[in-house]
Design a protein around this ligand. Structure first.
Ligand code: ADP
Ligand code: MG
Length: 331
């Protein structure tokens, strides 16, 4: 019967073309930025239907805000704020989602020997970076002893969280944005979106490519406005932790928002850590973790994790990469 037998030369083919052309002609990028979770959330996606695209972006923003309402330590009515107020007296029941994220955070603590530890907040809450407030040496000493993820009492059957000691606090600032970005990307993927980026502060995740080309993302210069490098990326998450986002200086010493539980001081080995991972949750938690661990231990951890990459910048501006970025045959 030959090619004609398939009917491509018949009018069915033209009908198909007529149907496709207007759709393709209207497809374009849609984007929005909103202040959520104490940072700027940016969503960009490719879609053929303007109303649907705007609705999807709004759904992503709403999902981020829902997570903020659940997990912000600053909102009195959030479940996390309630944990901080009551968990030393009795176990506090939380939603399965919040419980799971706390349990996941504790797995990163175990993995890093406590470098990542959400109970850092026992000390961390005494800093106010915008106002340049830090704890007195006595306050710092007392609070430092309360940092220990093993003192969190997690009951997986009842989804309750308890504190073994009074004065303990938790804060999911090192992992919650990654979780929120993942939720946003899942939402878009389920809705059939093929190309999108969601960025929340230093945490980004890419869905697909930039339509035939990779997305190009820059790693910010830790001491300037430019970027130190541009990376062609697709279908991956990237998070950067830096000592330049929230900090103040006293007598030339920089007090910033990433706390080393071992010293009770801002972590001082590195000034920027970027992690590439399949999901934003891992990228977010590991960027904070490696920032605390420092170059040597941090790279050792990442080099042992297949599918995860790291780019570190130290005080001299020296850039170091995990093995897989230097030697493509490495895992
Ligand atoms: P950003 O919030 O700037 O994207 P990061 O992902 O680098 O930052 O995480 C920094 C946040 O992590 C801090 O603002 C704080 O909420 C939290 N944090 C600080 N030190 C630790 C730590 N040792 N373990 C877990 N979380 C931490
Ligand atoms: Mg992080």
């Amino acid at each position: 019967m030959g090619v004609r037998g398939y009917g491509f030369t018949g009018y069915g083919f033209w009908l198909l073309l007529v149907w496709l052309i207007p759709a393709a002609a209207h497809a374009r990028w849609f984007e929005q930025t909103q202040p959520i979770m104490g940072t700027r959330v940016y969503v960009q996606l490719w879609h053929e239907d303007a109303a649907r695209a705007e609705a999807l972006i709004n759904q992503v923003m709403a999902e981020m805000e829902r997570i903020n309402q659940l997990m912000s330590p600053y909102l009195e009515h959030s479940q996390l704020a309630r944990v901080n107020r009551e968990a030393a007296q009795q176990p506090v029941a939380v939603s399965p989602e919040l419980f799971e994220l706390i349990a996941t955070a504790n797995r990163f603590s175990a993995l890093s020997d406590g470098a990542f530890d959400i109970t850092f907040a026992s000390l961390g809450h005494r800093f106010n970076y915008r106002k340049g407030v830090r704890p007195s040496p006595q306050q710092a000493k007392t609070a430092r002893e309360l940092i220990d993820y093993r003192q969190l009492q997690l009951n997986p059957d009842r989804h309750t969280v308890g504190f073994a000691r009074a004065g303990m606090r938790i804060d999911l600032g090192g992992i919650a944005k990654g979780h929120a970005v993942d939720r946003g990307i899942d939402l878009l993927r389920r809705a059939g979106v093929k190309h999108a980026i969601i960025t929340a502060g230093g945490d980004s995740r890419l869905l697909g490519d930039h339509r035939g080309r990779p997305w190009i993302l820059g790693i910010k210069h830790p001491r300037g406005e430019s970027s130190v490098m541009k990376l062609p990326l697709e279908n991956v998450a990237i998070s950067t932790s830096g000592d330049y986002e929230r900090y103040f200086e006293v007598d030339g010493v920089r007090y910033h928002h990433i706390i080393d539980p071992a010293s009770g001081d801002s972590a001082r080995g590195l000034i920027s850590v970027s992690i590439l991972a399949p999901r934003s949750l891992e990228a977010d938690a590991l960027s904070t973790t490696v920032f605390v661990l420092g170059a040597e231990q941090g790279l050792k951890l990442i080099n042992g994790m297949p599918g995860i990459s790291a780019i570190l910048i130290d005080h001299n501006g020296q850039i170091t990469y995990s093995n897989d970025l230097v030697d493509p045959s490495a895992p």
